[in-house]
Design a protein around this ligand. Structure first.
Ligand code: KG4
Ligand code: ZN
Length: 340
């Protein structure tokens, strides 16, 4: 089955062609960083308009790269939610229209299910069951994954998502949008151990997270200092340390609670090198393994949507022509698929 995947939930236009026999044939991404940079964050209306401009040229590019024509496509997958409503509507309208024109089924994919399944695009895909840490700009979730659509939420953030905490802290430190990667880069130059911030909610049972107090702790410390580059890097280092350590403690707890040994990391913050390293050490010490998507498939992309769409379309799911999106959409409300 050849599936076209479209991702337009936020500030990246991602498209991909996934073939169930041959794997990923082509993918392309347009990032809107330059468009939103002067505003210090994503401007929803500009995001929607840019998806309109970029999707079709990117589609032409991947058909050319893959050396296939649209008549070979067996199904279309697009991101139905969660995300920015206008941005989602662009992908849904284009995806549905193409599927209708080509006479193939279409499916609206849950963005976080896309992230969750992204490690399946790698050479050593994790077998079910596993624990997944989903860390993006909008979500921080620990999930027990027994199969596709068989998701038990073990913990989630009660306030800011991990990526959001990176972004907001970066902004308050005066770093450019997108803050997460900028803060991580700055943290590399920081002196370890000069500052120490709390590991929120690790002293309580359970796997929920809270990151907004950590952001406040970092900013309060920063405002009490001379605004030198060294001080800024040291604060960034301590902030990253606290997020990474908190995530590692909760992941360890989730693995113990579920008696599972396999951990999957996905979502934009999964691109963080120190987090990847720390979780590798933690799972190795427990005799387990950790699986990541490659760096470019941690952040938003079309390949994960094509893959998730293929799994659901191959199991017989598809929807009628209505162009509908779900800006808010709980992951654990998805229907379970028969094991395959
Ligand atoms: O999954 P994603 O691309 O988009 C959403 O679905 O939200 O995640 C984006 C988030 C942003 O908050 C961004 O700052 C964060 O992931 N991020 C990082 C890194 N790369 C991206 N956070 C920390 N370290 C990174 N290297
Ligand atoms: Zn995402």
């Amino acid at each position: 089955m050849l599936i076209l995947g479209l991702e337009t939930s936020c500030d990246e236009t991602g498209v991909a062609l996934y073939d169930s026999d041959r794997g990923l044939l082509a993918h392309a991404l347009h990032s809107q960083i330059a468009l939103h940079a002067e505003y210090g964050g994503v401007v929803p209306e500009l995001a929607s308009r840019d998806h309109v401009r970029k999707t079709l040229p990117l589609l032409k590019e991947i058909f050319r790269t893959a050396g296939v024509t649209p008549d070979a496509v067996d199904g279309v997958a697009y991101t139905r939610g969660p995300g920015l409503i206008g941005a989602l509507l662009v992908g849904a309208a284009i995806g549905r229209s193409l599927a209708w024109t080509w006479g193939v089924p279409a499916i609206g994919v849950h963005h976080m299910e896309g992230h969750l399944l992204a490690p399946m695009l790698e050479a050593d895909p994790p077998p079910f069951p596993f624990v997944a840490l989903l860390v993006s700009g909008g979500h921080t979730l620990l999930v027990q994954v027994d199969g596709i659509g068989q998701y038990r939420i073990l913990g989630e953030s009660v306030d800011d998502a991990a990526g959001e905490a990176f972004d907001k802290t970066a902004k308050l430190l005066g770093l450019p949008y997108p803050g997460g990667p900028a803060l991580a880069k700055l943290a590399e130059q920081g002196t370890p151990g000069r500052f120490s911030f709390p590991r929120p909610m690790t002293d309580r049972p359970g796997c929920d997270f809270s990151f907004s107090g950590l952001k406040t702790a970092a900013i309060t410390a920063w405002r009490a200092l001379e605004p030198t580059p060294e001080n800024r890097a040291d604060i960034a280092h301590a902030f990253e340390d606290a997020v990474v350590e908190t995530l590692a403690i909760k992941c360890q707890r989730a693995l113990r609670e579920t008696r599972l040994r396999r951990l999957v990391i996905a979502g934009g913050v999964g691109a963080n090198r120190r987090l990847r390293q720390r979780l590798r050490e933690m799972t190795a010490a427990m005799g387990g393994q950790v699986h990541y998507p490659r760096l470019e498939f941690c952040t938003d992309n079309g390949a994960m949507i094509a893959y998730a769409g293929w799994r659901r379309l191959a199991a017989g799911s598809s929807e009628d022509i209505a162009i509908e999106v779900r800006p808010r959409w709980p992951l654990d409300s998805l229907p379970a698929l028969e094991q395959g």
